[in-house]
Design a protein around this ligand. Structure first.
Ligand code: SF4
Length: 354
């Protein structure tokens, strides 16, 4: 038991010393005490790399300096600003929580762990991060960086993506947490994982934990942390018809449970496998949808690709001009100016930008 305590104490002390003397990782939200800004940064960074998230964070803070600004903004404006970040449920939850904090809580961000956790889109990791950074609450953050550092240093072979693994790592992280300065400790551990104990080629030669690190001592760096499941990405084939009339095009908002909820799209046909050019040119489905109206095929784009966490989406855009206006259920017809203000998935934006 004493040996375990000693190892834990050593870990904590080395980490905090490294943070005080060598941690030069600078980010605009570091040291931030405003829970609104911390919350924004954490939601943006949930499934996004720091380098990409940074510009979004700055734009959000500039456009919505307070939770009231965010709560009052039209949903489409927020989605437009979010465009490109993916995982749009995050944005939907962000809007819902902003409205709740602004209206129900009169703008006062909750300051208890359970109340923070109860906000939409906030899990234990984000609640611990906001709680410890803004209110010094003693809750350890457990993210990918933390899993990696702890798995390697303590030589834990339990898979991080299992219920057992999550419990084990969370308990250990909370035991290790420096209760006096939880915010500083949490940030230090995440920085250490990002800068020193990196996923690939960790900087073991600079690491203050090297002498007692199990993975280093037993050549397990490339083995730890262990994950049980490898995600198989399912391919999908989307064919978008850009139906144009007098310079305007038909668009609709995506609803339902599929990806890209609340974003806009063109007339869509999904196929189980790739269609040949000949099959696309037949435009059978489009003909069914628009009936006898005459149209002209203008262009068929190259294939665009977007990789999501569980699927690979291939998309092709088929531009057609119809000679008289028609009504397609659920669609609105918009001009170029309005088109630019609507939020689209990255796949469609890549095509529009070209
Ligand atoms: Fe990570 Fe290497 Fe340090 Fe071990 S010695 S904690 S593997 S950086």
């Amino acid at each position: 038991m004493k040996e375990v305590d000693n190892k834990n104490q050593f870990f904590r002390k080395q980490l905090l010393d490294w943070n005080a003397e060598h941690n030069h990782r600078d980010m605009p939200w570091k040291g931030e005490k405003d829970p609104y800004k911390i919350w924004l940064s954490e939601i943006i960074l949930q499934q996004t790399r720091v380098e990409q998230g940074l510009a979004y964070y700055n734009r959000f803070i500039k456009t919505f300096p307070t939770v009231h600004h965010l709560a009052k903004a039209p949903d489409n404006t927020v989605f437009k600003l979010w465009e490109g970040l993916g995982y749009y449920t995050r944005c939907k939850n962000l809007i819902a929580s902003a409205k709740y904090i602004s209206v129900e809580l009169k703008g006062k961000f909750p300051d208890k762990y359970e109340d923070i956790l109860a906000l939409k889109g906030i899990g234990p990791y984000t609640a611990a991060a906001i709680g410890s950074f803004a209110f010094n609450l003693p809750h350890a953050v457990v993210d990918g960086n933390v899993f990696r550092v702890l798995a390697r240093y303590f030589g834990i072979e339990t898979a991080t993506d299992t219920t057992e693994g999550k419990k084990l790592f969370t308990n250990l992280a909370n035991e290790l947490l420096d209760k006096k300065t939880p915010g500083i400790y949490n940030q230090a551990l995440m920085d250490f994982g990002a800068v020193i104990c990196k996923p690939q080629q960790p900087l073991c030669h600079e690491c203050p934990l090297q002498k007692t690190c199990t993975a280093y001592q037993h050549d397990l760096i490339n083995v730890l942390p262990v994950k049980e499941k490898t995600i198989i990405k399912k391919p999908r084939w989307l064919y978008y018809f850009i139906v144009e009339h007098n310079g305007n095009v038909y668009v609709r908002k995506r609803t339902g449970k599929d990806v890209w909820q609340n974003l806009y799209e063109f007339f869509l046909v999904e196929n189980e496998k790739e269609l040949s050019l000949k099959e696309i040119e037949k435009l059978t489905v489009l003909k069914k949808a628009i009936g006898k109206i005459q149209f002209e095929l203008i262009d068929i784009s190259k294939i665009y690709k977007q990789v999501l966490s569980h699927q690979i989406i291939y998309g092709q855009f088929i531009k057609v001009k119809i000679l008289s206006e028609l009504e397609i259920d659920g669609f609105e017809i918009v001009g170029k100016k309005k088109l630019k203000t609507l939020p689209f998935p990255k796949l469609i934006n890549s095509y529009l930008e070209e």
